[in-house]
Design a protein around this ligand. Structure first.
Ligand SMILES: C[S@@+](CC[C@H](N)C(=O)[O-])C[C@H]1O[C@@H](n2cnc3c(N)ncnc32)[C@H](O)[C@@H]1O
Length: 213
């Protein structure tokens, strides 16, 4: 589902910095060879994540849901000198491709790519983090929020992707599927949580931006 008219989307992209050659290659290769390329953040959201990361200048970023590494590479652009980004994914089939791109981008030392179930990996990872990006299985979104919360420094950010869930968050049908319900719960619970400030940005499929007080 497109949330804004196609011509406006094109105008927005034309007036946003282009992707680097490497990100363009990764975008193309993902679309040509990998299942469900819609999962990749893409040009506009990638530039937004890079811009946000530059604004925060994080020393430590945690990403939950690497896929082919596109969003990790975008957020890594804003890391402080000597900063680290840890990214988690359970799909080992993409490991070689993802590591190849991290190497080509010169981020072998800055990006720590770990394979496994994020629910099991996160408790073993020490904080504090300046920025956490939640972009894995929707059913666990609120669990991820709870698992990372104490690891985020005061003033740090948690961003969750796909919180508009292709518009299903405002559907009027009575039967709500499991993932939609999980996103609805995540949006409501984080919005009502006094420990964070929040803004839901309607970029692509929706980014929930939370700032820990
Ligand atoms: C939407 S994609 C991530 C897209 C990527 N962040 C980007 O913007 O280019 C979601 C990823 O989460 C991973 N994933 C799903 N459940 C997971 C889990 N329990 N633990 C770790 N990774 C998981 C999937 O394998 C998939 O690669």
């Amino acid at each position: 589902m497109e949330f804004i008219p196609e011509d406006i989307q094109k105008y927005v992209e034309a007036h946003t910095d282009p992707e680097s050659e490497l990100l363009m290659d990764l975008n193309r290769e993902t679309h040509a060879k990998v299942m469900m390329p819609r999962m990749l953040s893409g040009h506009l959201q990638g530039r937004a994540l890079s811009m946000i990361s530059h604004m925060i200048k994080p020393s430590r970023i945690l990403e939950i849901g690497t896929y082919t590494g596109y969003s990790a590479l975008c957020m890594a652009e804003g890391l402080a000198e000597g900063g680290k980004l840890i990214t988690l994914d359970k799909n080992e089939e993409l490991e070689e491709m993802v590591r190849g791109y991290f190497e080509k981008a010169g981020y072998t030392n800055a990006i720590d790519f770990r394979i496994g179930n994020a629910i099991e990996l996160i408790p073993e990872i020490e904080g504090p983090f300046d920025l956490v990006f939640i972009d894995a299985d929707k059913a666990n979104y609120y669990n991820y929020f709870k698992l990372v919360f104490e690891k985020v420094r005061s003033g740090g950010f948690i961003i969750a992707d796909n919180v508009l869930w292709s518009g299903k968050v405002v559907q009027t049908e009575k039967k709500i599927d499991k993932d939609t319900q999980a996103i609805l719960d995540f949006n409501r619970l984080t919005h009502e949580d006094d420990r964070v400030e929040n803004v839901l940005l309607p970029i692509r499929d929706g980014l929930m931006v939370l700032r820990k007080k």
